[in-house]
Design a protein around this ligand. Sequence first.
Ligand code: KG4
Ligand code: ZN
Length: 373
Amino acid sequence: MEKDTLILSIESSCDETAASVTKNGREPLSNIIYSQIDLHTLYGGVVPEIASRKHIEKINRVGQAALDEASVGLSDLDAIAVTYGPGLVGALLVGVAEAKAISYAAGLPLVGVHHIAGHIAANYVEHKDLEPPFMCLVVSGGHTHLVIVRDYDKFEIIGRTHDDAAGEAFDKIARAVGLGYPGGPKVDKCAKEGRSDAVFFPRGHVAGSPYDFSFSGLKSAVLNYLNSCRMKQGLDGAVVYSAKTGRSDFDPHEMIDPEEGITVADVTASFQAAVVDVLVSHTIEAAKEYGFDKVAMAGGVASNSALRAGMKEACEKNGMKLYYPSPVLCTDNAVMIGCAAYYEYISGTRHGLDLNAMPNLRLEDFAKIKGTT
Ligand code: KG4
Ligand code: ZN
C-alpha cells in the first residue's frame, strides 16, 4: 500500500484565517476557520489593514489547532501549502510568511496554491467520483469566471466579469435595501420571502463575448428602482443605511411600492433571479458548446439556494451532472487549498523560500509558472 500524503494548508487571502490537514488531497482531517466577519461588519466591508493584523494575531493558533484536531505533528507531514494569490497583499503575506517559516523550520516542501484553484478543488473533497475535465462556474466575492478544468492543474478561462463579481453585486444590493454586511447570505434568506417575478431587472450580456458577465447594469437598475419607489412615496431618493447592521427595523415584507404591492423581499428575489438566470444560462451554453456533461460550481455564491436550484434544474434538463461543495467549503477555507496542493505536490510543484504573495496572480499564469525544487 502506498504511503498517505499529509499536507498542512493555510489560507489567509481575505478575512478568514484558516488551516487544515488533508490526507491524500480529498480527505480533510481538520478544518479550522477563524472568521473576522464580525470585525469587518462594523465598517460594511473588509478593511485590509484590520484583516492583516487579525491574521497575524490568529495564524499560529489556527495552524496549531489544525494539527491538534487532526492528531498529527509537523514530523508526520509531507508538505506545507499556502494560498499566495490572488487576494489582499497584506493578508496573503501573513499566510505565506507562516508557511515559509514552517517549511524552513520543519524541513518540509512548500507548495504555493492559487486561491481560485482552491475554490475549484473544494468540489473534489465531497465528490470522490469527480475528475477533470469539467466546466466550472466560479462565483465569489472577488471573481466570476467560467473555467474549463482540463486537468487538476490546467485551467482555461472562457468567461469573466467585465465589472462587479457576482458576490460583490449581492453585497451592494444588500446594503442598498438595508440588510448590512455580508450581503449574499442575507439576500438569499430575504429573497425566500419574495416573488422572483415581481420586478423585471435586466440580464447583463456582453456583446460579442457570450460567456462573459456584467453585473453593473443590473446593480444600477436595482438602485434606480429603489430610488424611484422612495420618491413615489414622497421620500428622499437615495438612502444610505448603516453599514454595520443595515436597518435595525428591517422587514422583508415592507412595501417598497405600495401602489404595485411590491415588497423589499420581492426586490431582492427579483434581483437574485436576474443574477441566477445569467449564471445558469452562460454555464449551460458553455458546457454544451465545449461538450461537457459535468458541471461544477465553486466560491461563496455557489452556496446560494436559488443558484443551486436553478443550476440543478438546468443540468437535469440537459443531461448534465452537477457538483457543488457544502456551504462551509464554498466560502474561504483551507481544506480546498490542501486539496489543490495535493495535486500540485504529486505533479512535482515545489516553491522556494522566495515565494512571495501575488495579489493579482492569474489562474492561467499559476497553471504555467510552477515552482522549482
Ligand atoms: O469565496 P468567498 O468566501 O470569498 C472570496 O474569495 O471572495 O465569497 C464571498 C462572497 C461574498 O460576496 C458573499 O456575499 C457571497 O460570497 N455569498 C453569497 C452567499 N453566501 C456567500 N452570495 C449569495 N448567496 C449566498 N448564500
Ligand atoms: Zn474565496
